[in-house]
Design a protein around this ligand. Structure first.
Ligand code: HAM
Length: 423
């Protein structure tokens, strides 16, 4: 027997009963981005591997072990994008979008990481991201945070809180790194294997460890916030003041270090306790060195990306964004009535764009057609039988209200449905 074909592990089909909720989220996100003056940039799924090594960082989990990398037929090493910031910066440099101008951009689509799949963590997942270029101050950091906040609010999502930290500039961070390495070296026997490895390669990531045995050691570690360069400290204070004035709640989390190397100064995450281990629904920060690192003229940048799959789970748990299908289902018996139903359906679509109108296709008894009408979640069935056809009328059957079926002249049907609030 042949093996049943299945989707690649960690890659999900989004079935029709879920896709309606995706549309609700996508419409809100697009609308809010547009309202803040962000414009869409569409980027390739494949990029040269080197782009990610140079931006995300050689010694990060993503680049070391999570990328889908392969040689194309020409032998060039290419990678399925694990995130959107690097490609966005690459495109901005390539097309000269950053010369003496500011840019507010957004993108969306699938990202790929070879992680261990579990709820909220997939190998193909979806992000919406926003990136702002050419603005060095904390005002635009605050703007991005306001955008995120507005999206959660518009969707009606509850239980998402904001965590904030500053990583300072790379030079000050190098100083802090030395202090941190000294501290962890002095307690080397208490570190787990992963952290011992990170002690040499990426010691800040130890602060991120989920290992319960390390928590007290990490809690007492020196804090990066106490080692910031003066400009970064002022930037952070500026952002806090703006957020306070805008009434945005946040928690300073000195252990928030992020898993990508390009960040400078502000970093933030929105987290929820309602999704188990994968509780970060959106994350981002400032990356003032990235554009020049990738060969562009030095330009400050800041942005975030939200995990759409996780937000959809949260919407589902909070019963938000249930698509309201409704609409009309046309039922007909006999060839002449079926043809007449097809014409009536087109006329209704002309008169009421945006109303869902389903035509019964494939015949069947009235009973079976009405069953399909009910299953389609339509609000009303319009019934055309031989009698209706002869009289020039249509039967109107409300499927979700307990009212008698009624008959109306075909010519007045749209008016009647409008009066009843169906279209
Ligand atoms: P990130 O923290 O790697 O940042 O990802 C952002 C969000 O994508 C996460 O908070 C999470 O919600 C979602 N996400 C990440 N990995 C997975 C996965 N395997 N399955 C499901 N969801 C996932 C970035 O990607 C940066 N590019 C964000 C950014 C934009 N920073 C500045 N600009």
């Amino acid at each position: 027997m042949t093996k049943k074909l299945q989707a690649v592990r960690g890659m999900n089909d989004i079935l029709p009963e879920r896709s309606g909720r995706w549309h609700v989220l996508e419409d809100v996100v697009r609308g809010v981005f547009a309202d803040y003056g962000y414009r869409e940039i569409r980027l390739p799924l494949l990029e040269p591997t080197e782009l990610f090594a140079r931006s995300i960082g050689e010694v990060t989990d993503i680049v070391e072990k999570e990328m889908y990398t392969f040689a194309d037929r020409n032998g060039e090493s290419i990678t399925l994008r694990p995130e959107g910031t690097a490609g966005c910066v690459r495109a901005c440099i390539q097309h000269g979008l950053l010369h003496n101008q500011t840019q507010r951009l957004w993108y969306g689509g699938p990202m790929f990481r070879y992680e261990r799949p579990q709820r909220g963590r997939y190998r193909q997942f979806y992000q919406f991201g926003a990136e702002a270029f050419g603005m060095p101050g904390p005002d635009v950091d605050a703007e991005l945070i306001l955008i995120g906040t507005r999206i959660w609010r518009t969707l009606g999502l509850r239980g998402i809180r904001l965590e904030l930290n500053s990583l300072g500039l790379p030079e000050a961070r190098a100083g802090y790194r030395a202090v941190l390495v000294d501290y962890f070296r002095a307690h080397r026997d208490r570190l787990d294997r992963d952290s011992q490895r990170r002690l040499e390669s990426n010691p800040l990531r130890i602060l991120d460890s989920k290992n319960p045995d390390l928590q007290s050691l990490v809690a007492e570690a020196p804090r990066l916030l106490d080692h910031l360069d003066p400009e970064s400290a002022a930037h952070f204070q500026g952002l806090r003041t703006l957020l306070d004035q805008a009434g945005i709640e946040y928690r300073i989390n000195p252990r928030l270090v992020r898993g990508l190397d390009y960040y400078t100064r502000t970093v933030f995450e929105w987290v929820t306790d309602q999704l188990g281990a994968q509780g970060t629904v959106c994350a981002g920060g400032r990356y003032d060195g990235l554009v020049s690192e990738l060969g562009g003229q030095a330009t400050p940048g800041v942005g975030f990306a939200m995990g759409v799959d996780r937000l959809i789970d949260l919407m589902q748990d909070q019963t938000l964004g249930e698509p309201d299908l409704g609409g009309i289902y046309l039922v007909a018996s006999g060839q002449a009535a079926a043809a007449s139903a097809l014409v009536l359906a087109e006329r209704l679509r002309d008169q009421s764009p945006g109303t869902r109108i389903l035509l019964n296709c494939g015949g069947g008894s009235f009973k079976s057609q009405l069953k399909r009408a009910d299953k389609s979640q339509a609000e009303v069935a319009l019934v055309l039988g031989e009698e209706e056809l002869a009289m020039g009328t249509v039967g109107v059957k409300f499927l979700r209200r307990s009212v008698e079926q009624r008959t109306r002249p075909m010519a007045e049907i749209a008016e009647h449905l409008r009066a009843e609030g169906v279209i």
